[in-house]
Design a protein around this ligand. Structure first.
Ligand code: 5GP
Ligand code: ZN
Length: 113
């Protein structure tokens, strides 16, 4: 997607602080962190939101969740714990229309919503 911010981050057209990458997913530090460690994890396919996950593309989502423990361990907060958040649509405040999961860790979090 030519005008998608996260597609541009994946391609390297927009710089980011990468913490993990493989053939299916890309993970980088959020520019406006909401926790000591705030990582954004995206599929390397332009899926607009959680509403667009289906049996054709759910492998990307599985790949993200399979790698979350490793990313958390690498950054040192797997044992202390973390939160995984997906914002879908306007009521949830989704600002970038490329499916992504926020991985938040490094300190105790607040209530969920
Ligand atoms: P959303 O609000 O859509 O769930 O999450 C989008 C996230 O992308 C926000 O937390 C925002 O801070 C982050 N973000 C927006 N633009 C950039 C950018 O250019 N670089 C990085 N690293 N994060 C960004
Ligand atoms: Zn995209």
């Amino acid at each position: 997607m030519a005008d998608c911010l996260f597609c541009k981050i994946i391609s390297g057209d927009i710089p980011s602080e990468k913490v993990y990458e493989d053939e299916l997913i890309y993970a980088f530090r959020d520019i406006e962190p909401q926790a000591p460690h705030h990582i954004v994890i995206v599929p390397k396919a332009h899926i607009e939101s959680a509403n667009d996950i289906n049996c054709e593309n759910s492998g990307f989502v599985a790949a993200i969740f399979e790698k979350i423990p490793q990313i958390a361990a690498n950054l040192g907060f797997a044992q202390s714990g973390y939160r995984v958040v997906n914002n879908c649509g306007s009521d949830a405040g989704q600002t970038v229309k490329h499916l992504h999961f926020h991985l938040l860790g490094g300190a105790p979090g607040g209530k969920m919503y």
